[in-house]
Design a protein around this ligand. Structure first.
Ligand code: CA
Length: 252
C-alpha cells in the first residue's frame, strides 16, 4: 500500500476474489484571479498527483465548493469580488467548510504580516513569487497536520478500527461485516470526521464524480452502514444533520 501523503485509497473493486485499490487523489481548490499563476500552480500540483479545480473569483469558488468539497484551499488575498481574507473568514464559520485547511497566497510581505495579525483562520501562508517546490512542501505539511488520517492505512477512532489493506472493520476487537460501499463510506467518514456532507457531496467523494446515481442511494447505504455498526453501538456516530446531510461524529 502506497503511503504517499497526498493520495489515499478510497475506491475498491473486486476482481477474481481479491480487492483492487484505486487511489483517489486529494482535491485542492485554487482560488486566484491571475490566470498565469493559476495555470502554473494547477499544472504543477496536478503533476504531483493532486486533483485540482480552479476558480478566478470567490463567486466561482462558492460554486465549485457546493459541487465538491475540497481537502484543501489555496486562496489568493487580492480577488476581484471579495477579498481572500473575508472569504477565509466565511469559510471558517460555515459548518460545511470550517474544517478545510486554507493556505493564503499573498503578493507582499506586508500583506503576510497583516494576515498573521488578523488571525482569520488560515492554516498557512505563502508569499508570491513562490517556487513550486515550496508550495508543494507547504501543502504536504498542512495536510499532514490537519488531516493526518488521510495518510493512514489503519484508522482507529474511539475503538472503531478500519484497516484498509485487510479490508476489515473491527469494533472493540469484534469483527463487523459490511459491503464494499459501506466500507468506502465509513473510510470517507472516518477520514473526514466532524464534517457535514450533503448527499451530493457524498456521491461525489465516495461513489466518484461521474456517476449518475439517485441521491436516495446514499440513504440506503447509510442505513446499511448503521446496521453494520449497530451491534457495537457505533451507529450513533453516523449522524443525520437535518437539512444538510450526514456527519461522522464521536460527539453524541
Ligand atoms: Ca490576485
Amino acid at each position: 500500500m502506497s503511503r504517499l501523503c497526498h493520495i489515499y485509497p478510497i475506491l475498491m473493486v473486486r476482481i477474481d476474489e481479491s480487492w483492487i485499490f484505486i487511489m483517489m487523489p486529494v482535491k485542492i481548490l485554487m482560488v486566484e484571479d491571475e490566470a498565469a499563476i493559476r495555470e502554473m500552480v494547477c499544472f504543477t500540483i496536478t503533476q504531483a498527483g493532486y486533483q485540482v479545480f480552479e476558480a478566478g473569483c470567490v463567486a466561482d469558488a462558492r460554486i465549485a465548493i457546493a459541487d465538491s468539497v475540497p481537502d484543501l484551499i489555496l486562496l489568493d488575498w487580492m480577488l476581484p469580488d471579495v477579498s481572500g481574507i473575508e472569504y477565509a473568514r466565511t469559510l471558517k464559520k460555515e459548518e460545511m467548510t470550517r474544517h478545510i485547511p486554507i493556505i493564503m497566497l499573498t503578493a507582499r510581505g506586508d500583506e503576510l504580516d497583516k494576515i498573521r495579525g488578523l488571525d482569520m483562520g488560515a492554516d498557512d501562508y505563502i508569499t508570491k513569487p513562490f517556487s513550486v517546490k515550496e508550495l508543494q512542501a507547504r501543502i504536504k505539511a498542512v495536510l499532514r497536520r490537519t488531516s493526518p488520517l488521510l495518510t493512514e492505512d489503519v484508522i482507529d477512532i474511539d475503538g472503531l478500527r478500519l484497516d484498509i489493506s485487510s479490508h476489515r472493520v473491527t469494533a472493540n476487537d469484534t469483527s463487523l461485516e459490511m459491503g464494499p460501499t459501506e466500507f468506502r463510506l465509513l473510510h470517507f467518514f472516518m477520514t473526514h470526521a466532524e464534517r457535514v456532507f450533503s448527499r451530493g457531496q457524498l456521491l461525489d467523494r465516495v461513489w466518484g464524480g461521474n456517476v449518475y446515481i439517485d441521491e436516495r442511494t446514499v440513504d440506503v447505504h447509510i442505513r446499511r452502514l448503521r446496521k453494520a455498526l449497530e451491534s457495537e453501538h457505533y451507529d450513533r456516530y453516523v449522524q443525520t444533520v437535518r437539512g444538510s446531510g450526514y456527519r461522522f461524529s464521536t460527539k453524541v
